[in-house]
Design a protein around this ligand. Sequence first.
Ligand SMILES: [Zn+2]
Length: 198
Amino acid sequence: MNEATRDIEALIELMAKLPGLGPRSARRAVLHMIKKRALLMTPLADTLQNVAATARECLNCGNIGISDICDICRSEKRATGELCVVEDVADLWAMERASVFKGRYHVLGGTLSALDAIGPDELRIPKLLDRVASENITEVILALNATIDGATTAHYIADELGSRVTVTSLAQGVPIGGELDYLDDGTISAAMKARKAF
Ligand SMILES: [Zn+2]
């Protein structure tokens, strides 16, 4: 195997590690990129390098942006007193695409899981409790996925918050085991508008 072939194989192996891609689709993607070198591969390489250098987690909410505090946390307009708790950045972005929520977010970074030994301190739960105490939060909206771990996490957070704030959750309509990222904007919108006391 010559050097170029080894590089191509290495690229295929890396691509195959991406979610949703296996070795077969990684191979197809790499071949496609090589054929579209100027149009696709070179701009992709440049953009990857830029994003690798600049992307970071917001220290406040866990969103991904290019500064230590993200645009949503910095915007005074978003200080509505409503805080929407999601599992993952993909869920936050799905909510933003649906543009149904005007408050701020808190990304947990997963769910509690006894099986995987993920406790509150492995998630952004302590930070959530701090924020509720310090940011004039009046309502915490739990927008967790409808999985068993999602439900366990929602109950844990509601217990920890006690009667300090109103706790609501997205209305049914979020399918069991469904992730927000896979829902269409209308479904997210309806679930947010029909949210109910938790
Ligand atoms: Zn933020």
